[in-house]
Design a protein around this ligand. Structure first.
Ligand SMILES: Cc1cc2nc3c(=O)[nH]c(=O)nc-3n(C[C@H](O)[C@H](O)[C@H](O)COP(=O)(O)OP(=O)(O)OC[C@H]3O[C@@H](n4cnc5c(N)ncnc54)[C@H](O)[C@@H]3O)c2cc1C
Length: 428
């Protein structure tokens, strides 16, 4: 029986393991194992809502063991550190609990087919002081840590233990994450003020959004990005474009050729790279941001038994450029990878991946704005309720790929009921 190992149970890997489990695991045609460093999954685009307490996250976690049991695959918790292509095995580091006690020892895992789906981390582009002083929104842990820290800052200001009239928050990188964090922070402080916490309102926040290029949201059409910039400014944010940060210290960002920007809280959301340990792992080809270079069938260029999908894969598009590092792309790659692995097991020919850009929507608190791709491949601007609905749909589609339609609909209902009794900002 073929051993198929998927490393990384994120937007791409979890959907893939679920599909393969149902198709090949259930019928005993292959043994599917999903490996992840965590014991549960949270869809990464929700991180900014976790960070600002906007989300009822309890209903959004997927427990890997339960998912595995129900979908005919095995789950193994572990942190991949190496690939031995000669002996077709991977090495997983030991896993420790919060008291640093080992709960799973270092181990090797054999494979016939390996899929790398370990995602990406923030890229500080080697800028001095950024790693030491900035907060990155890379995983559940960092998002929760940010929430706890900003919440206690707000509460200290409310009880006048901290007598600040203005809280300087600087966010570097005006892509989707930077823009969404800006709007959610204004929302967070307003909700807390509404709940009766004194001295808390959006006028407290002095948020500076810093972007190196000439406009925010470079992936969106110019007029949409201008429009969203106006909305951010109306909320009270300061937007600095053409501003390249060259250094950071404890309380400042240093832009090239300009005065330092003071910051009590410093967030870095300026681009991603695949994890550093991926560079040349197992002798595989990687690019300058450590992504594994793949052929159109999503197999790595130097080893046809190893696939890579999602943010950790570099997949050239036929029309030029590369598939973007988005959940949308990871999801589409998982579907083609699923077909190709089934084809490989059945000795059939493999299909090429073609990225189908369905548009980009940015969440702006209770509303959203962006573009969707129409049937003729034109981009149509959307905003308001329709845009918000489409934005939410991307997550719902992810849930459908994991739970199926019926359970997803029940979860949406449960979420609605729970939201009606929980605070609008998670205070834990
Ligand atoms: C705040 C935020 C907002 C975003 N908003 C959007 C959006 O609106 N739309 C959109 O399309 N995209 C969005 N993205 C991007 C999107 O989240 C990613 O492109 C997508 O999650 C990539 O999917 P993936 O499967 O490649 O990796 P991930 O979903 O990141 O999953 C990687 C998995 O690998 C595991 N892992 C990592 N290293 C190891 C290791 N060494 N060993 C074992 N397991 C490991 C991780 O625990 C994780 O479960 C957003 C990202 C962020 C941070």
């Amino acid at each position: 029986m073929k051993k198929i190992v998927i490393v990384g149970g994120g937007a791409g890997g979890l959907a893939l393991a679920t599909q393969l489990g149902k198709k090949l695991g259930r019928t005993g045609k292959a043994e599917i194992t999903l490996v992840d460093k965590n014991s549960n999954h949270l869809w990464k685009p929700l991180l900014h809502e976790i960070a600002t307490g906007a989300l009822n996250d309890e209903l959004d976690y997927v427990d890997y063991l339960v998912q595995a049991k129900k979908n005919h695959f095995t789950f193994k918790q572990g942190f991949l550190t190496d690939i031995n292509r000669e002996h077709k095995k991977i090495t997983l580091n030991e896993v420790c609990d919060s008291q640093q006690q080992t709960i799973f020892p270092q181990t090797d895992l054999e494979y016939d087919i390996l899929v790398m789906a370990i995602g990406s981390t923030s890229n500080d582009f080697g800028t001095p002081g950024v790693k030491e002083n900035c907060i990155f929104l890379d995983d559940q842990g960092s998002a929760k840590k940010f929430r706890k820290s900003i919440l206690s800052t707000f509460l200290r200001i409310s009880s006048r233990l901290d007598k600040k009239d203005k809280l300087n928050i600087s966010i570097v990188g005006a892509g989707a994450t930077g823009v969404e964090m800006t709007t959610e922070l204004f929302n967070m402080v307003d909700v807390l003020g509404d709940y009766g916490y004194k001295h808390l309102s959006s006028s407290l926040l002095n948020i500076t959004l810093i972007e190196a290029t000439n406009r925010i949201l470079p992936a969106l059409p110019e007029n949409t990005s201008k429009n969203i910039q106006l909305k951010l400014e109306k909320l009270g944010a300061k937007v600095l474009t053409n501003t390249k940060i060259v250094k950071a210290d404890e309380n400042h960002f240093y832009p090239e050729g300009q005065d330092p920007i003071p910051a009590d809280i410093m967030l870095w959301t300026a681009g991603v790279k695949a994890p550093d340990f991926l560079k040349d792992i197992g002798g595989l080809e990687t690019n300058r941001v450590n992504q594994l270079v793949v052929t159109p069938t999503l197999q790595t260029t130097r080893d046809q038994t190893i696939f890579a999908i999602g943010d950790c894969a570099s997949c050239a598009k036929r029309e030029g450029g590369f598939t973007p590092a988005t959940a949308q792309a990871a999801h589409q790659m998982a579907s083609i990878c699923y077909r190709n692995i089934v084809a490989l097991v059945n000795n059939k020919s493999l299909k090429s991946f073609k990225y189908n850009d369905k548009g980009t929507i940015i969440s702006l608190g209770h509303t959203a704005q962006g573009v969707v791709t129409t049937i003729g491949k034109h981009q149509m601007s959307v905003k308001g309720c329709l845009a918000f609905f489409i934005y939410k749909m991307l997550y719902r589609l992810h849930q459908v790929s994991i739970y199926g339609t019926f359970k997803t609909l029940r979860l949406i209902r449960a979420n609605k009921v729970y939201s009606s009794v929980r605070p609008k900002v998670n205070m834990e």
